[in-house]
Design a protein around this ligand. Structure first.
Ligand SMILES: *[C@@H]1O[C@H](CO)[C@@H](O)[C@H](O)[C@H]1NC(C)=O
Ligand SMILES: CC(=O)N[C@H]1CO[C@H](CO)[C@@H](O)[C@@H]1O
Length: 228
């Protein structure tokens, strides 16, 4: 749901665009890197607005965390959650039902890797989640982010788990992608440095947030344009 303060920041041009184009509902989906606070989403929102892409409504059961300026920040980023856990507890269908997204942008699985879930189990969970998204909307557009790296000194062994999962995403996504409901991979691993771009070896700092926003922006703006 567009918040009042987000609507107020729309300029006249934005209002005209919004009237002309269908409003696209976007669900940011994942764990703490997405939701707590996940200020890369605030930067991404600002970038979209700046480019005149104002026909957006970010959706999810979490309210916008404070990122220093108003933005439409509702999301489904749940700190500590696992892809395998969300499937096991069958949580996504309810979130989809409440929010009815046209686009899902997902960065999910870091906690699975930290808890040493096998790569294939995480990929299997991704497939179930995609099936649930398509049950909610058959032509839903899906952005699947490769995971940002985590500090090997803090998460022993997990760095390789991230690399393995990111490689598995590259093999899996084309097999699961369809013409009506494409899956686009977002590479958020390359160029991301756990020393300079995170606060704690895992969560992005201001520099890392800017990098995530820059990586998500091109595929998200394409996905928004593809919804009609
Ligand atoms: C990350 O940044 C640190 C500090 O600038 C540097 O020493 C290190 O080589 C960088 N790591 C990678 C993978 O680029
Ligand atoms: C495009 C692409 O896949 N880039 C990188 C994504 O992350 C992995 C590491 O997990 C790299 O090996 C890829 O080159």
């Amino acid at each position: 749901m567009v918040k009042i303060n987000a609507a107020v920041t729309l300029g006249l041009l934005g209002i005209v665009n919004q009237a002309a184009a269908v409003t696209v509902k976007i669900m940011p989906f994942g764990a703490s890197i997405v939701g707590a606070p996940g200020c890369w989403r605030a930067i991404l929102y600002k970038k979209l607005q700046g480019a005149g892409i104002t026909n957006t409504d970010f959706v999810g059961s979490n309210k916008a965390p404070d990122c220093g300026f108003p933005y439409d920040g509702e999301n489904e980023g749940h700190a500590g959650f696992l892809a395998t856990g969300i499937v096991k507890d069958n949580q996504l269908p309810g979130w989809l039902n409440a929010a009815k997204p046209d686009v899902v942008m997902m960065h999910l699985g870091t906690n699975d890797v930290i808890q040493k879930k096998p790569t294939q189990d995480i990929i299997k969970a991704y497939s179930t989640l995609v099936d649930q998204m398509r049950a909610s909307k058959p032509d839903i557009k899906i952005l699947v982010s490769q995971l940002i790296p985590i500090d090997p000194n803090k998460f022993s062994g997990a760095q390789q788990g991230i690399i393995d999962l990111n490689e598995a995403i590259v093999s899996w996504a084309p097999t699961k992608s369809t013409r009506a409901s494409p899956i686009t991979i977002v590479d958020n691993f390359s160029g991301f440095n756990t020393t300079t771009d995170t606060t704690d070896g895992e969560h992005p700092n201001d520099k890392g947030n800017q990098k995530l926003a820059d990586k998500f922006y091109p595929p998200l703006s394409e996905a928004i344009k593809s919804v009609s």
